[in-house]
Design a protein around this ligand. Structure first.
Ligand code: MSP
Length: 675
């Protein structure tokens, strides 16, 4: 049995939990849940960072003792994690005794290595970062480069950690463990930082008292980052104790890119000095903005409360959106419209419809129970479904293991799509009418229920409630631990005769009216853009028509709830009339007065440029698009939209609202034909 010990950062208690905190914690939770599902000895740690000047000042500003503030805010973190279904195995507070002991033990070990010496520190300090900055890194006016607030000149006696000593050892470690820092781009950043020269680190403070006392010198408290980083180990109890032996070194510290240097440089150097093993990986994720703005206390509109979102749209929908929207490692921009767009397209439409259709079929034609297994048939549709399931089981596992939950979800959606197609193609309602062999009909129903159970199990790390609900609905029983599906057993999970639940709507579609009501509640009045729906749908004409057609067909008809035949059939020749090519976005602009549209200039190969108007402004900022390669329809009749000529159309996903752009999975030059 493999071991998987994953941590989130510990959160400062001067701030209430917001979307950014929720993202890290949900991602870590999903990865841990995957590892539990494959039977690994898994441990998920989260907690709070309670010492330091920042917290001391925040408490003083409220007329509280630091511990009083901490006690209050910790409860908010705990309740938020409970609300978001975070299944952590431990929650560490740095003010606990178990933590103090290990911080002091680490200090002594580093001292014993001859790596701690006393000196004096003078420099520019940013309280918000709890870090010194060399003057060269400060912005004009001596502002902190991260917070843009004035740095303070501090001069104090301090203990230093001889970090410079570990520069070569650390570079050597990076070489021998190429996956130590992930994703790759972040690794390069860290390597060049270390190569530029490591300086000794000031690791104690005398100007305030709110910290772990330095062993043997009570005048000093341990620098808050030294103490905070140690939480990953102190939560396991004494060094050398049972939990420590079982789980150290950690498998993964999942963190935001803002605190990469502390985790990928300072912490490993501390461990090298203390003669303790280094964590296996440090995985950095990107930074979320909210409607293009940095999340900040001074901008209430950016302070999205994950609790509220979960109340209004469902916990699993929030978890799904955050993990699906942005590949781990990249930055993302949160918009409510995008959240609703994905909810409607992927949860209400793709997944929700699939489950309700399959249940209706089972109820009508199999007496509401799981039909018995029939010998596996060779018909193309059946074979294709199990092939896709086999492939997706392997792919999704690989993506979860590689810290890529968004890609795992993409794979799982291939199975969801394939199962929808399977029901369309096999048409069980026709089979029933035509009096086809009962065995054939049973087999089809059984396979669709099995495929849904299989998809639900793979979805469980991200959407645990929905997964359990779906598994029960299709007649399954087992819990989630150790339940990752096996390709070899595909089609044999459910017990024949088990009761299948009544067809139901898992994710009620959010219509325009409800969307307007939600946006009204969510977006503070002063930060509200033009009323939703005030503009006509800006998606270029033909695509919106084609999409409207496809979606109206894909909705189950009221009469039977079953005849969702999918888009109408086109011949290969009809398809061949479209001039589809790879295009690269070279310029992107907002269109004044049009909140949903962007003007793009595309390189479409052979030195040709085209201008298009795309209805993607709610999903993308212009600057996010530069350099992106997309699929482009070049022979679409030009049209004038909002006074701008549009010469073609880029392909995007999303039934009514764009939720993603078309993309190529490798470097294909502009102009290349797409077929
Ligand atoms: N206390 C330190 C971490 C010590 S770990 C030994 C700290 N705390 S924090 O509360 O300010 O932020 C913790 C983490 O929250 C960030 O690293 C990041 O993972 C997450 N995020 C905070 N804001 C975020 C966004 N806007 N977007 C994505 N994640 C964000 O730093």
């Amino acid at each position: 049995m493999a071991r998987f010990y994953i941590s989130t950062p510990i959160y400062y208690v001067n701030d209430a939990p917001h979307l950014g905190h929720a993202y890290t914690t949900i991602a870590a939770d999903a990865l841990a849940r995957y590892h539990r599902a494959v039977g690994d000895d898994t441990r998920l740690l989260t907690g709070t960072d309670e010492y330091g000047l920042k917290v001391e000042q925040a408490a003083a500003a409220r007329g509280l003792q630091p511990i009083e503030l901490a006690d209050r805010v910790v409860e908010r973190f705990r309740s938020t994690w409970a609300h978001l279904d975070i299944a952590h195995d431990d929650f560490i507070r740095t003010t606990e005794q178990r933590h103090t002991h290990v911080v002091q033990e680490l200090w002594r070990r580093m001292e014993a290595s001859g790596d701690i010496y006393k000196g004096k520190y003078e420099g520019w300090y940013c309280v918000a970062c709890e870090a010194y900055y060399p003057e060269s890194e400060l912005l004009e006016g001596r502002l902190c480069p991260t917070h843009k607030t004035p740095a303070t000149w501090l001069s104090e006696p301090t203990y230093f950690f001889r970090m410079s000593r570990y520069q070569d050892a650390l570079l050597h470690h990076f070489e021998r463990h190429p996956t130590f820092v992930q994703p790759e781009g972040y690794k390069n950043e860290v390597v060049s930082f270390v190569k530029s020269g490591l300086r000794d680190l000031s690791i104690s403070r005398t100007t305030f008292r709110w910290g772990v006392p330095v062993p043997g010198d009570e005048e000093h408290v341990v620098y808050v980052w030294f103490d905070a980083l140690t939480n990953y180990m102190s939560a396991l109890g004494p060094v050398g104790g049972e939990l420590h032996r079982r789980y150290w070194p950690a498998t993964c510290h999942l963190i935001g890119k803002d605190i990469l240097r502390f985790h990928a440089v300072y912490w490993p150097c501390m461990l090298l000095s203390a003669r303790l093993p280094l964590p296996e990986t440090v995985v950095a994720h990107g930074w979320w903005t909210v409607r293009g703005e940095k999340i900040s206390k001074s901008m209430p509109a950016t302070r999205v409360d994950p609790n509220r979102l979960a109340d209004d749209i469902g916990v699993d929908a929030v978890r799904y959106y955050l993990l699906r929207e942005v590949p781990l490692g990249l930055d993302g921009d949160f918009t409510y419209e995008n959240l609703i767009g994905r909810y409607n397209a992927e949860l209400a439409h793709d997944l929700g419809n699939l489950v309700s259709r399959a249940l209706t079929v089972a109820e009508k034609f199999a007496g509401g129970v799981v039909p018995p297994v029939q010998s596996r048939r060779a018909e193309a549709a059946h074979a294709e479904l199990s092939e896709v399931a086999d492939r997706v089981i392997g792919e999704a596992a690989g993506h979860y293991r590689a810290f890529a939950p968004s890609r795992a979800l993409e794979s799982i959606w291939r199975l969801v799509g394939e199962t929808n197609r399977y029901i369309n193609n096999t048409q069980p309602w026709r089979m029933a009418k035509s009096g086809a062999q009962a065995a054939e009909l049973d087999h089809t129903i059984r396979m669709s229920l099995e495929a849904i159970a299989c998809a639900a199990r793979m979805l469980a790390p991200v959407m645990p409630r929905t997964a359990v609900q779906i598994i029960h609905l299709v007649g399954g029983t087992a819990g989630l631990a150790g339940s990752w599906p096996s390709a070899a057993r595909f089609g044999q999970e459910l017990a024949a005769g088990a009761q299948v639940g009544k067809s139901q709507i898992l994710f009620p579609r959010i219509d325009e009216e409800r969307q307007a009501a939600l946006l009204d509640q969510w977006i503070p009045k002063d930060a509200r853009p033009a009323a939703p729906g005030a503009e006509p749908d800006p998606a270029p004409e033909p695509s919106s028509k084609a999409k409207a057609k496809a979606t109206s067909k894909a909705k189950p008809s009221k009469a039977s709830g079953l005849e969702a035949a999918g888009p109408e059939v086109v011949t290969f020749d009809e398809f061949g009339r479209m001039d589809l090519r790879v295009a690269e976005v070279v310029e992107a602009f907002a269109i004044p007065g049009a909140t949903k549209l962007l003007r793009l200039v595309l390189d479409i190969g052979e030195a040709e440029r085209r201008q298009v108007v795309a209805g993607i402004a709610e999903a993308y900022q212009p600057e996010q698009l530069i350099g992106r390669r997309v699929i482009f329809l070049a022979n679409l009749k030009p049209a004038t939209i909002r006074g701008v000529t549009s010469q073609g159309m880029i392909l995007a996903a999303g039934a009514e609202r764009v939720v993603g752009l078309s993309a190529l999975d490798r470097d294909v030059p502009p102009g290349t034909k797409v077929r």
